[in-house]
Design a protein around this ligand. Structure first.
Ligand code: C2E
Ligand code: CA
Ligand code: CA
Length: 390
């Protein structure tokens, strides 16, 4: 990137731009300093130095320069073009973009009070009509709502049964989080987890999930009927980025009194690739502690095989998109068949996800898949509903 930077070397007193010039870029001062002046009165309006920006108003509007900028000494500036900034900002968080517009606009109004009385000269974007403002406001509201939900403990866990395919016995459960929203009702995880991950709130939510599931396990375990029952908990990429995650997870399990070898941590392919070194260490700690690790949604990311080389997994979960089609697509069937052959060679367990019919369960069992999960066996349900059902 450095090579493509547009650098300008200014001699002392050299003019960078003049009042009235077209403004389509700002300048970042790399070394030296620049003064901004009103050329009519000769009054110095500001002096800016290394690391600061000059002419930044050009980044939000298309008005001519309203002052002159002149080098105080021999200086180097880097040009920041408006078209490039606009391109970059397209991909930026709407909240950040909106804040930037508001701040620059306020700055411009303070700098140039005379312009306020000449609205035709002040061609600023109309913030009120800008859809960006609404997107930003909406996102801020959602974030505040979600952060309140964490404090007010508005989350609940539903548990979905996982059965041994060979004889149908109940082997364990996967814990799946829901948000019990006071107005919207029960909100599914995919509607709020992306924002929770982006904002970091997932760390707190994730630890709560682990704690609730570990505490509920005592009761859930009584419903199972295999020698090695387990409870599965999903852990997101953001949680694995935290070097203290494993410690916190172990403390929670000890406090809840859950046997470490009965807790399975489910991770997706992308979560591992994004944080390879930290994730590897965190997972090593948890494996040594006794937890087992499952690779979730296998086949949907780009790095399933790479992950299999780098981590020690105990379970591989075949994604529902392959399972759903094994009876009517020979391609899906072949993918599932060869994945199960590989899993057998690795001596690890497999879970077929999204099983909705007895035919699919039977085919998977014949192909050697260890466990099955899906609406055929049961939808995710709250703990008390599972107890009544039993
Ligand atoms: P997942 O881990 O792949 O969980 C399985 C999802 O498939 C669940 O959706 C479940 O309700 C759904 N499912 C199970 N069986 C069937 C079936 O037979 N047919 C169909 N059509 N769907 C089935 P849910 O509960 O909406 O969760 C969606 C995703 O949200 C989960 O996918 C998981 O990635 C994430 N998630 C849920 N809870 C947590 C959590 O506590 N922490 C984190 N980090 N992620 C979570
Ligand atoms: Ca999962
Ligand atoms: Ca899954």
């Amino acid at each position: 990137m450095i090579d493509t930077l547009d650098r300008r070397h200014l001699a002392e007193c050299e003019i960078l731009f003049q009042k009235g010039d077209a403004g389509d870029s700002a300048f970042l001062i790399e070394t030296g300093g620049v003064e901004i002046l009103d050329p009519d009165s000769g009054q110095v309006l500001a002096r800016v130095g290394q690391g600061e920006l000059v002419g930044e108003i050009a980044l939000i509007d298309r008005n001519p320069r309203t002052a002159t900028a002149r080098a105080l000494e021999a200086s180097v500036v880097i040009e920041v073009r408006r078209d490039v900034m606009e391109q970059l900002l397209v991909n930026t968080d709407p909240i950040i973009r909106h804040l930037l517009n508001v701040v620059l606009r306020r700055f411009r109004n303070n700098m140039e009070p005379t312009l306020l009385s000449q609205p035709d000269r002040l061609k600023l974007p109309d913030l009120a009509a800008d859809p960006l403002q609404q997107t930003a406001a909406q996102k801020i509201a959602q974030l505040q709502d979600l952060s309140f939900a964490v404090k007010a403990n508005q989350f609940v866990l539903h548990y979905q049964p996982i059965h041994l395919l060979e004889d149908g016995r109940l082997a364990g459960f996967e814990a799946l989080v829901r948000w019990r929203h006071p107005v919207l009702g029960l909100v599914p995880p995919l509607s709020f987890l992306p924002l929770a991950e982006e904002s970091g709130l997932i760390r707190e939510i994730g630890l709560w999930v682990l704690q609730r599931a570990s505490e509920d396990w005592k009761t859930l375990r009584t419903l199972t009927s295999t020698p090695h029952p387990f409870i599965s908990v999903n852990v997101s990429a953001v949680q694995l980025r935290d070097g203290l995650f494993a410690d916190a997870a172990m403390e929670i399990q000890k406090a809840a009194g859950i046997a470490a070898n009965e807790l399975k941590i489910e991770l997706t392919e992308t979560s591992l690739i994004q944080n390879q070194l930290i994730a590897q260490y965190q997972l090593q700690l948890l494996t040594e502690f006794g937890n087992s690790i499952a690779l979730d949604d296998f086949g949907t990311g780009f790095s399933g095989m790479e992950n299999l080389q780098n981590y020690r997994f105990h379970t591989l979960k075949l994604d529902q998109q392959f399972i759903r089609n094994i009876l009517n697509s020979s391609l899906s069937f072949q993918i599932v068949l060869s994945t199960l052959n590989m899993i057998r060679a690795l001596h690890i367990d497999s879970v077929g996800e999204g099983i909705e019919t007895p035919e699919i369960a039977r085919v998977l069992q014949e192909l050697g898949c260890t466990y099955g999960q899906g609406y055929l066996f049961g939808k995710p349900m709250p703990l008390d509903a599972l107890l009544i059902k039993d």
